[in-house]
Design a protein around this ligand. Structure first.
Ligand SMILES: CC(C)(COP(=O)(O)OP(=O)(O)OC[C@H]1O[C@@H](n2cnc3c(N)ncnc32)[C@H](O)[C@@H]1OP(=O)(O)O)[C@@H](O)C(=O)NCCC(=O)NCCS
Length: 154
């Protein structure tokens, strides 16, 4: 099992090598309603490329996170770990780097949405210090609600 030291966080690159790995993670990690396609990623990537990060283990992309800066907060669009690398601290490492990045913009909170039945993600976000602050009915294309979550970053 890799330990924390073996996870490298680096900027995501908009090139074919990274895109292939990014889309592979997306399709493995999310259901068909929630998985972003190339166009979705392209739109998000252009907001804040510096807050689009990849986690690498042994030269393989193990996870990614995408965030943009809004006037009041960092808006975390997506974070996923490839199923082969779950529970090794990849998600936590990506979030830690995101917190530093958002803090550098002078923002004090990160917000995100999570599917109300995505219990593993809910457990992850709660463990990471996120606090639920609302529900958005019908947020997902299949009609399911999102739990709105916030992480204060001081
Ligand atoms: C949620 C997700 C990103 C977590 O990634 P990860 O790299 O496995 O997370 P970490 O290893 O950093 O986990 C950190 C802590 O979060 C909690 N956690 C993570 N996954 C969990 C699970 N399935 N069940 C319960 N707690 C969990 C644990 O407390 C864990 O610490 P521990 O392993 O020492 O007990 C991953 O499960 C995933 O990609 N899911 C599919 C995509 C998704 O739903 N993304 C979030 C969209 S809002």
């Amino acid at each position: 099992m890799p330990d924390w030291d073996e996870i490298t966080i680096r900027p995501l690159r908009w090139d074919e090598t990274d895109l292939r790995q990014l889309l592979a993670i997306e399709q493995a990690a999310f259901n068909r309603f929630d998985a972003y396609d190339r166009q979705d990623f392209e739109r998000w990537y252009h907001y804040n490329p510096d807050l689009c990060l990849a986690a690498e283990i042994d030269g393989h992309m193990a996870g990614y996170v995408i965030t943009r800066i809004l006037p009041e907060q960092g808006d975390l669009a997506s974070l996923a770990t490839h199923p082969d690398y779950l529970r090794r601290g990849v998600g936590a490492a990506l979030l830690r780097a995101t917190v530093e990045g958002v803090r550098a913009y002078g923002k004090h909170q990160i917000t995100l949405e999570v599917r109300k039945t995505n219990l593993s993600a809910l457990a992850f976000w709660l463990n990471m210090g996120c606090v639920p602050f609302g529900v958005q009915p019908g947020f997902y294309t299949d009609g399911e609600a999102a739990i709105l979550m916030r992480k204060w970053i001081g």
